[in-house]
Design a protein around this ligand. Structure first.
Ligand code: ADP
Length: 336
């Protein structure tokens, strides 16, 4: 399990850090510039206003969000939506096609059924009938997006859930906000999804700390450079419940409607856009270790996977990540 991916910016090289809470987790933004209190306050309110906009557009937990306006509209009825929502819906479909349906935002009904969504449900295994019924409501092809007109409609009774991609999207939006405000060197972190641009004032790239569990209680810590790059992690360890020793995690396989069950404990994806990194990380959790590494090799995506192996954990990386980490002690990362 990747225990943590966190920003690792010592105060002397990163004088300004802004942090707070968002989407049921934390956000943290570091900029290399030295900011006066007033500038810092202005930046904080800009960042929080942007996070609030994302929440009002994408959240399934807000009845009045744009996404839930779509979810509660009659089937067949067009719903006008803000550009970012339209773009994410269209991109989600592209990723569904590219991953053979492993990523599918229409699993929302099942996410709710398995008690990982806004429906207040007990944390227990649902009945086979309920599962079958919700499985019939899954299918990314059932969401019709008209990008030119800025509208979308449900062709059948699907429930769209952007949770697997919205956090990454928010990271990209904060980065864009920082760019527009004239910042060139910064590190954005929302709940462990990170994006770094430029370098710290020392000239060093930003480094992010990752912690890998090793036999039992031991944890290995590594600080990896992140240069004009982002990172997102999905795992089966943060959001799950257990019944009779069986672990049910919040990643649902859209093909059988059940929480994924395999040896893959976590997957971290590096991509220039955090939106993509976030979505791919979820798709890879569904695909499992071997298919993930094959996909990453073929598409040259830097990926780090942690699998459970005989009571211990094993770290593996794709060739593109090995290349990206040239100059770092990769062997230690893999064997620590
Ligand atoms: P986290 O919120 O811990 O960063 P992820 O980015 O991996 O986690 O997103 C997990 C969420 O994505 C789940 O809680 C659920 O809402 C949604 N989800 C679960 N399975 C899928 C899937 N196969 N495709 C798309 N979204 C999914």
């Amino acid at each position: 399990i990747l225990l943590a991916a966190c920003s690792d910016a010592p105060p002397e090289t990163s004088p300004t850090r802004i942090q707070g809470e968002t989407f049921g987790t934390f956000y943290q933004v570091s900029v290399a510039n030295d900011l006066a209190d007033e500038q810092k306050d202005t930046l904080r309110s800009q960042l929080e206003a942007e996070l609030d906009r994302v929440d009002r557009q994408m959240s399934t937990y807000r009845e009045d969000s744009d996404l839930n306006r779509l979810n509660s509209a009659e089937t067949g009825e067009w719903v006008a939506l803000p550009d970012p929502v339209i773009e994410l819906l269209a991109l989600s479909r592209t990723i569904s096609e590219a991953t053979d349906g492993a990523f599918d935002i229409t699993v929302g009904g099942l996410v709710n059924l398995w008690s990982f969504g806004p429906e207040a449900r007990p944390r227990e295994k649902p009945s086979d009938e309920a599962l079958q019924q919700r499985l019939e409501q899954v299918g990314f092809q059932q969401l019709d997006v008209d990008q030119d007109a800025g509208r979308a409609r449900r062709l059948s009774d699907i429930y769209a859930d952007l949770s697997a991609i919205a956090k990454g999207h928010a990271v990209d939006r904060l980065a864009m906000l920082l760019e527009e405000a004239g910042y060139e060197a910064y590190l954005v972190n929302i709940g462990g999804d990170l994006l770094a641009n430029g370098r710290k004032r020392s000239g060093e790239p930003w480094r992010i700390g990752i912690e890998l569990p090793r036999d039992g209680e031991q944890v290995a810590r590594h600080a990896l450079p992140l240069l004009n790059m982002s990172l997102a992690t999905s795992g089966d360890y943060r959001n799950y419940f257990e019944v009779d020793g069986q672990r049910y995690s919040h990643t649902i396989d859209p093909r059988d409607g059940r929480p994924v069950q395999h040896t893959l404990a976590s997957v971290s994806v590096f991509h220039p856009e955090n939106t993509m990194a976030d979505a791919l990380a979820t798709a890879f959790m569904v695909m499992g270790t071997e298919d993930t590494l094959t996909y990453a090799r073929k598409n040259e995506i830097p990926v780090l996977v942690i699998e459970r192996s005989r009571g211990d954990f094993r770290t593996r990386i794709s060739p593109a990540l090995r290349e990206m980490l040239a100059g770092e002690d990769v062997e230690r990362l893999l064997t620590d």
